[in-house]
Design a protein around this ligand. Structure first.
Ligand SMILES: [Zn+2]
Length: 429
């Protein structure tokens, strides 16, 4: 079960995780002045005893009001929770009681988020381009880049009002939520499903003349679903081929691993060699489509129970799809003893929030060994389908996976997990 990390005592204050119920935010992009203003309302309860609420937002806070009383932005400062400066969180310098819900209202300008590799808002003559552009690889790269948010274990309902002013140039908004367009090409509301977490929502805003959008249908597992494929990649992108490839991967993964978990799929194609998965959606380059569509089942269908479980879906995706990070190819099944180099795939600290890059390499090597123990690649694929059947729509943890795969292998995978997941060297003789 996904759960919050335990409260932390920080120089006399008890920093307590929160349970966010709802985020409502409006963002107004004024293209003429190149300023984006945000007003955000966060409704939360304390996930534990009374104390100082913990959340994250990688923007410079302008104004803050907690339960109707103004608080200085300094009272929402960053604290190292013990997992390192990069994984810092904001701890509210006001003690709150558990029980009734609290309301935090924040005002700020949207700038480049204060997190490694985070891009800013792109302004052009008469236009604005904005992509939530999340990443598993660095802390602070989920929803908290742009809006007040929790760590990725917490489900919440998210409603965003987006407005573009100061230009006549129409814009397009793409999102994996219910979209209402109030003014053509200029103002929208997006309501995301309430089972989403901070790593779920996709949102891309671009000038309409910079994107080509194809809306069609696909059939996956005998069911019809809406398919939207958009290309921002420029004249080199073959949109028809991308639609065909996306539909084919949706059909294949449905047949092999289980029912597609939504009513629609959204793929936004870029020219750059990068990809990111969201719930039933991706922003990706064409060569990474297979990997990113796979994540609809593993990563965003079964979500990581906490950030340190993020290695699981990258290991699975590298093992089961063509991936530039795993050049050995799909479906390897090679013997794995307890004498190869140890690796840390699941960082130990409860407030850690990054997926180690070894998830792709050492992670897929581990699954190759597990496939061999299970009797071959077909057995491991069936065990992935059973994992999705057991945890789809919810979350899976590193310990759950050791138990699950151990049953398919008929042996205790504890020594392999110790060495290749937790990085403990002592398992070798
Ligand atoms: Zn991936």
């Amino acid at each position: 079960m996904p759960s919050a990390p335990l409260p932390v005592a920080l120089s006399g204050r008890l920093a307590v995780p929160i349970d966010i119920e709802r985020l409502r935010a409006s963002v107004r992009f004024d293209v003429a002045s190149r300023v984006a203003d945000v007003s955000a309302r966060l409704e939360f309860r304390l996930d534990g005893p009374s104390g100082h609420p913990v959340f994250d937002l990688r923007q410079t806070i302008g104004t803050a009001v907690l339960d109707g009383s103004a608080v200085p932005p300094d009272a929402l400062g960053y604290c190292d929770m013990g997992a390192g400066e990069e994984a810092r969180m904001r701890v509210v310098d006001v003690s709150c009681s558990d029980g009734p819900p609290h309301l935090l209202e924040l005002g700020y300008h949207l700038e480049a988020p204060d997190a490694t590799g985070a891009p800013g808002v792109g302004w052009s003559p008469g236009g604005v381009s904005w992509d939530l552009l999340m990443s598993d690889l660095e802390p602070g790269r989920y929803l908290e880049m742009w809006f007040p948010a929790n760590l990725c274990h917490d489900t919440l309902s998210i409603e965003l009002d987006i407005e573009v002013t100061g230009t006549d140039r129409p814009h397009v908004l793409l999102a994996n939520g219910a979209l209402e367009e109030h003014r053509d090409g200029a103002r929208w509301t997006v309501r995301y499903p309430s089972h989403y977490t901070s790593l779920s929502p996709l949102l891309v805003l671009v000038p309409a003349d910079e994107v080509e959008v194809r809306r069609t249908e696909a059939v996956a597992g005998g069911e019809h679903l809406g398919l939207t494929v958009a290309a921002l990649a420029g004249p080199g992108t073959d949109l028809d081929a991308a639609v065909a490839d996306t539909a084919a991967w949706l059909a294949y993964f449905s047949a092999r691993y289980g029912r597609f978990p939504a009513d629609d799929y959204l793929a936004v194609l870029w020219g750059e060699p990068r990809g990111m998965e969201y719930d039933a959606a991706t922003t990706t380059s064409a060569p990474a489509l297979e990997h990113e569509v796979f994540h609809t089942w593993f990563g965003r269908g079964v979500k990581p129970a906490c950030a340190s479980d993020g290695w699981i879906d990258e290991a699975m995706a590298s093992w089961a799809t063509a991936s530039r990070r795993a050049p050995a190819g799909r479906f390897q099944a090679e013997p794995l003893g307890l004498d190869e180099e140890p690796s840390v795939l699941c960082p130990a600290h409860p407030w850690s929030r990054r997926t180690p890059r070894e998830a792709y390499t050492a992670g897929s090597r581990l699954l190759s060994g597990v496939a061999h123990m299970a009797g071959g690649a077909a057995q491991l694929r069936s065990s992935l389908a059973a994992w999705y059947g057991a945890h789809g729509g919810g979350a899976g943890s590193t310990e759950d996976l050791a138990r699950h795969l151990g049953e398919w292998c008929g042996q205790d995978l504890g020594p392999w997990w110790d060495r290749y997941v937790y990085g403990r060297d002592g398992a070798a003789p």
